[in-house]
Design a binder for this molecule. Structure first.
Ligand code: AMP
Length: 117
């Protein structure tokens, strides 16, 4: 069972922000912004490439609720999903990083990007 499925099952503790029948939002262990929340479907899906449009529709609404709940719906935020090896996905259970609470820098380049400038 993957680490996020263990969180859903209550086998690993988490700092829950918001929960519904199908989705869970909890604070990232290693925040990269003042607000850094992970949003996952409770049912295991490996990655974005495998998710259905139906789940995406529902998780969109859930994510909007989370943003409102933590007070960044008006100030803005970034929503990221890393897909697969080149995308930098480390946990193979679909998750969206909701980042906010400050002006975010944009530096999602590949490791050779600066050398080719
Ligand atoms: P990714 O690189 O997109 O797969 O992101 C995985 C994220 O999961 C990282 O930001 C980790 O800090 C986070 N993470 C890993 N284990 C836990 C955990 N037990 N609770 C909260 N966040 C976690």
């Amino acid at each position: 069972m993957c680490i996020f499925c263990k969180i859903v099952n209550g086998e690993i503790p988490n700092n829950t922000v918001h929960e519904s029948e199908h989705f869970l939002a909890f604070h990232d262990l290693h925040p990269k912004a003042p607000i850094h929340i992970l949003i996952i479907p409770k049912q295991h899906v490996d990655c974005f490439q495998d998710v259905t449009a139906e789940t995406m529709g529902a998780i969109t609404e859930f994510t909007q609720e989370v943003a409102t709940k933590v007070g960044i719906d008006k100030t803005g935020y970034r929503l990221i999903t890393n897909n697969g090896s080149d995308g930098g996905q480390e946990v193979n259970h679909l998750h969206f990083h909701l980042l906010g609470g400050a002006k975010l820098v944009w530096d999602h380049t590949h490791e050779d990007a600066h050398r080719s400038l």
